[in-house]
Design a protein around this ligand. Structure first.
Ligand code: PSV
Ligand code: MN
Length: 396
């Protein structure tokens, strides 16, 4: 069992990256409801992310989406973020919004389209050098809609070829995180459709390539914590996109529909962090925790703060699992004893512990109330107004 100071230092080291696209009016292919005070520029998105960090103390960076967040000088943008107390995090390229990507980007049958997509990915590597970002976070909408439309294996080979080119340009210390998604926007087959193919690509590419698990990108009932455990054990878990799903990629606030799942995932991470195998422990320690949600009807900033707090609560519950006692119960074949032990941690009310932690860190005790009465929120609503939301994803 961990003592309080160990728990506090683990809670203080927790870092959840928030996404720039969660602060603007964006994120649904149906109607995007304009939110009063929503950020209109990447500078305002940084201001919002900094406020989430000020209030929670555990959201020290913001992920960028290129070209949505493109600026002429990324060094200046990094300096601006720093002046606000946060860092620029993962760079997310966009190879899914141009007309030429109708048949795919890095898996497109046309070599010229593939080359253009790779060029954009390399541009993003260059941006990472300017922003000081560690991770290139890759998601491909590539896929096909009908049996016979294209050749699975040819596509797999060109995906590998393109990824290899990008991998070879990644400076030491930088990583490529490969995100999988089982369907949508392609419905018959998606080129990077599950953790198996993502792992195969990453293993072939080398140590700088790791898999990214987006909680929304699995079929109903998939055991995500088991996937997490397998990837950790292979040294190949690079990061998360947190959100909650009911049916598919619903982008709901993490930990709302499925708090037990989130807890079980954190439990695997905490267990791996303490593993005797140094490679497993190191992999767990380097996992990038990122939120990937675009809130449409919820108040945006409040939703983001809530997301960070839900992660904190799940993590705190995982921290109090007695891993040694659990291992003994497992070895003894004590099926229900082991299960109860895990559940006791899940059922523990960790809110008093977290409140004490906040007090200790000089953080607001009630982050939601702090946000609701903050000058930042008031000013955002007054000065930014309600921008025209349009519909669907932002365009260039
Ligand atoms: C795709 O559904 C995804 O999860 C990818 O991570 C994108 O980068 C993100 O959503 C925003 O479109
Ligand atoms: Mn994602």
């Amino acid at each position: 069992m961990k003592d309080k100071s160990t728990l506090f230092s683990a809670l203080a080291n927790q870092a959840i990256e928030t996404p720039s696209w969660g602060y603007g009016n964006s994120g649904t292919r149906f109607k995007t409801f304009a939110a009063p005070g929503a950020a209109r520029t990447v500078w305002e998105k940084i201001d919002d992310a900094a406020e989430v960090h000020r209030i929670t103390g555990i959201a020290p960076s913001i992920a960028l989406h290129i070209p949505w967040d493109k600026v002429s000088d990324f060094t200046e943008l990094a300096g601006y973020a720093e002046s606000k107390g946060i860092k620029l995090g993962a760079i997310n390229p966009n190879v899914f919004q141009k007309d030429e990507y109708k048949l795919g980007s890095i898996a497109n049958p046309d070599p010229a389209v593939r080359a253009g997509a790779v060029e954009h990915l390399l541009e993003c590597v260059e941006i990472m050098n300017q922003t000081g970002s560690r991770d290139l976070s890759l998601w491909f909408a590539d896929g096909i809609n009908y049996a016979g439309q294209d050749n699975f294996r040819r596509r797999k080979r060109v995906v590998r070829e393109s990824l290899q080119t990008v991998y070879d340009h990644l400076p030491e210390g930088k990583r490529m995180l490969l995100e999988y998604k089982f369907f949508e926007p392609s419905f018959y087959f998606t080129d990077v459709f599950d953790w198996g193919i993502a792992l195969i690509h990453c293993q072939a590419l080398g140590p700088k390539a790791q898999v990214l698990v987006d909680l929304g990108h699995h079929a109903q009932s998939t055991n995500i914590e088991a996937i997490v455990a397998m990837l950790l054990d292979e040294g190949k878990l690079g990061g998360f996109h947190f959100n909650a799903r009911r049916y598919a990629d619903d982008d709901l606030i993490v930990g709302t529909t499925n708090p037990y799942e989130l807890f079980c995932i954190y439990n695997e991470l905490v267990a791996a962090d303490g593993d005797d195998d140094q490679q497993v422990a190191k992999t767990a320690q380097n996992v990038a925790y990122m939120i990937d949600q675009s809130h449409n009807i919820e108040p945006k900033l409040e939703a983001m703060v809530q997301s960070v707090l839900n992660c904190q609560e799940a993590f705190a519950k995982a921290l109090i699992v007695d891993q040694a006692v659990l291992a003994r119960a497992q070895e003894a074949g004590d099926i229900l004893g082991a299960h109860r032990l895990l559940n006791e941690a899940f059922q523990t009310d960790v809110r008093p512990l977290i409140r004490e932690f906040r007090e200790h860190q000089g953080l607001p005790i009630d982050p939601i109330r702090e946000l609701q009465s903050s000058r930042h929120l008031k000013q955002a609503i007054e000065t930014r107004g309600t921008a025209d939301a349009g519909g669907g994803y932002p365009t260039e």
